[in-house]
Design a protein around this ligand. Structure first.
Ligand code: SAM
Length: 465
C-alpha cells in the first residue's frame, strides 16, 4: 500500500475520533466519512508503519446502517459529522469507545460498563454556540461555523440543528443588520482575517436558557469604534424581547478563540439564569457551563448516585467551574469545597451557592496544584468524596497524585475525553483506586464525543509518593 494508491475496502468499525476502520494487507486503514457496512473505493492519503489513512473516491455499496443527514449544511460544515448514522447506532459506538479506552489504554476491565444514557434531546440541545465571521465570494459578510477540512473558511449557517430554533432567527437577523451596516461603512465592518490579522468582526457567541427561554448575545470584534451598535442593540432587543443581555467584547489576540480583553454591556448585566435539577444557576457569556442542559441533569444525577452520600460527608469538587456539581451535592453532604482556576467562574459559584441557599459550600479560586498543596498542609476537613471534572486534557499528573494522597474512599471522575480518562485511570490504579462503575452519557449527539462518569473506590493504601 502506497500513498496515492486506490484500493477497495469493506468498512468494519468506527474508531474513537470518528474515523471509520477497514483492513487491507493486515493493516488498519482509517477512512473519513465512511460507515461500517460501506464498501468503498478509497485513495491512500497517508502511510505509517502501523496504519494508513484514506479518503473515499467512490462508495461502491452503501451500508444499510446509513441514514440521510438531517442538516442542510452537512458535509460542508465541520460539525455534527455522525449525522449519517441513526442516533441508536451513534450511541452504540460511543458506549463501545468509552469502555474500550479504559480497557485498552487504562489496561483495566474490572468495572461494570452501564448502557449509555442518551441525550434527552437529540436535536436543538446546545445552550451555547460560537460563530465566526467571514466573507462570501460576492463580498457580503457571512456568519457561521468552520468548514470541514479547512478551519480558515467559514460556512454561512442559516439553520443549525443543534441550537435552539430561536438562535437561527437571531443569527439571520444579526447577519442582515451587519450587512446593512457594511453597505454604509464597508471600510470598517469587515470580517477578521486570521492569516494577516486584519479586519474587525470576529465572533458571535450566544447562550440560551433552556428553562426560561432567555438568551445572551456577545459580539466580539477587534478594537475600534462601532457607534452604530447602540442603535443595532435597540432594534435587536425590540425584535427579540427574550434577549436578556447584549454584550460587545473586544479581542486583539492572535488566536482564533472567543476570548475578550474588554467588555461593554449594551443591555443587561451579562447573565442569564438556568435551572438544573430544580436548582437555579447564574450563567455568564464566557464561564464554563455544560452545553447540553438536559444532558447535564442526567450527568449530575449520576455523579450524585456514584458519590453514595449519607449526609455526613465532606466533598471536594475539583475543577468546579460555576459550582454546579458541588451545589447539587451540597443537599446530601456535610460540606462542599470547590476548586476552580477562573476567578469569574468562582464569583459565579459563590453567587450560585447564595441563590440556592447552599450554606455549606466554599469555593477556592486557584490552580489545582497550589490549592491541593495548601489543603494538604492545612487542617482542612478530611475529604470523604472527591469529584473531579477536568478539561479535555485530563488531570495534571502531579495534581492527580496529590489528590490521591488525600485518601478519600471514593473518587468520582467526570470526563469528556475517554483517552485522557484512561491515562488518568492508570495513575489512580497505581494509587490504590479501582474503577467500579462506568456510566457514559451522550452530551453531544451527532458528534463522536462522549462524556463518562467513573466511580473509583479506594481498595488499598495510597502508594508512597
Ligand atoms: C470541564 S469544566 C467542569 C466545570 C464544572 N464541573 C461543570 O460541570 O460545569 C473544567 C473546569 O476546570 C477549570 N480548570 C482548568 N484548569 C484548571 C486548573 N489547573 N486548576 C483549577 N481549575 C482548572 C476550567 O476553568 C473549567 O471551569
Amino acid at each position: 500500500m502506497r500513498k496515492g494508491e486506490i484500493i477497495d475496502l469493506h468498512v468494519e468499525d468506527l474508531a474513537f475520533g470518528g474515523k471509520a476502520v477497514a483492513r487491507a494487507e493486515g493493516m488498519v486503514v482509517f477512512i473519513d466519512a465512511a460507515v461500517p457496512g460501506d464498501f468503498v473505493r478509497a485513495r491512500i492519503t497517508r502511510r505509517k508503519p502501523q496504519y494508513a489513512e484514506a479518503v473515499i473516491e467512490q462508495i461502491l455499496e452503501l451500508s444499510p446502517a446509513r441514514q440521510q443527514p438531517a442538516c442542510r449544511h452537512f458535509g460542508i460544515c465541520g460539525g455534527c459529522k455522525w449525522q449519517y448514522l441513526p442516533y441508536q447506532e451513534q450511541l452504540k459506538y460511543k458506549q463501545q469507545h468509552a469502555a474500550d479506552a479504559l480497557r485498552h489504554i487504562g489496561r483495566n476491565s474490572s468495572f461494570i460498563a452501564h448502557p449509555i444514557l442518551p441525550s434527552p434531546q437529540p436535536w436543538h440541545y446546545r445552550n451555547k454556540m460560537e460563530f465566526s465571521f467571514g466573507s462570501s465570494p460576492s463580498g457580503s459578510i457571512e456568519v457561521g461555523l468552520h468548514q470541514k477540512g479547512d478551519f480558515r473558511r467559514i460556512v454561512n449557517i442559516e439553520q443549525c440543528m443543534i441550537q435552539p430554533s430561536v438562535l437561527d432567527d437571531v443569527l439571520g437577523y444579526l447577519r442582515d443588520e451587519i450587512n446593512q451596516g457594511a453597505l454604509e461603512n464597508s471600510q470598517r465592518l469587515t470580517p477578521y482575517n486570521n492569516r494577516n490579522h486584519t479586519g474587525f468582526l470576529r465572533h458571535l457567541v450566544m447562550r440560551h436558557s433552556h428553562s426560561s427561554g432567555q438568551f445572551l448575545v456577545a459580539l466580539i470584534t477587534a478594537s475600534g469604534a462601532w457607534p452604530e451598535l447602540e442603535s443595532i442593540t435597540g432594534r435587536f432587543t425590540a425584535r427579540f424581547p427574550a434577549c436578556g443581555g447584549f454584550l460587545w467584547g473586544v479581542n486583539d489576540g492572535l488566536s482564533d478563540v472567543a476570548r475578550i480583553e474588554s467588555l461593554r454591556f449594551m443591555k443587561g448585566d451579562g447573565f442569564i439564569e438556568e435551572r438544573l435539577n430544580h436548582q437555579t444557576f447564574r450563567v455568564s457569556a464566557f464561564s464554563f457551563f455544560q452545553t447540553n442542559t438536559a444532558g447535564a441533569e442526567l450527568l449530575y444525577d449520576t455523579v450524585r448516585q456514584y458519590c453514595e452520600l449519607e449526609g455526613s460527608e465532606n466533598v471536594l469538587d475539583a475543577y468546579c467551574g460555576t459550582g454546579t456539581i458541588g451545589i447539587h451535592l451540597s443537599r446530601y453532604a456535610r460540606s462542599v469545597t470547590g476548586i476552580e482556576l477562573v476567578p469569574q467562574a468562582v464569583d459565579d459559584a459563590r453567587c450560585n451557592a447564595v441563590i440556592n441557599n447552599a450554606q455549606n459550600c466554599t469555593f477556592i479560586a486557584a490552580d489545582m496544584r497550589s490549592a491541593l498543596r495548601s489543603l494538604s498542609a492545612s487542617s482542612q476537613p478530611h475529604f470523604d468524596r472527591i469529584v473531579v471534572d477536568p478539561p479535555r486534557g485530563g488531570m495534571d499528573k502531579k495534581a492527580l497524585r496529590m489528590l490521591i494522597e488525600l485518601g478519600a474512599p471514593l473518587i468520582v471522575y467526570v470526563s469528556c475525553n475517554p483517552t485522557t480518562l484512561a491515562r488518568d485511570l492508570v495513575t489512580l490504579a497505581e494509587g490504590g483506586y479501582e474503577p467500579d462503575d462506568v456510566q457514559p452519557v451522550d452530551m453531544f449527539p451527532h458528534t463522536y464525543h462522549v462524556e463518562s462518569v467513573v466511580k473509583f473506590r479506594r481498595c488499598s493504601q495510597v502508594a508512597p509518593a
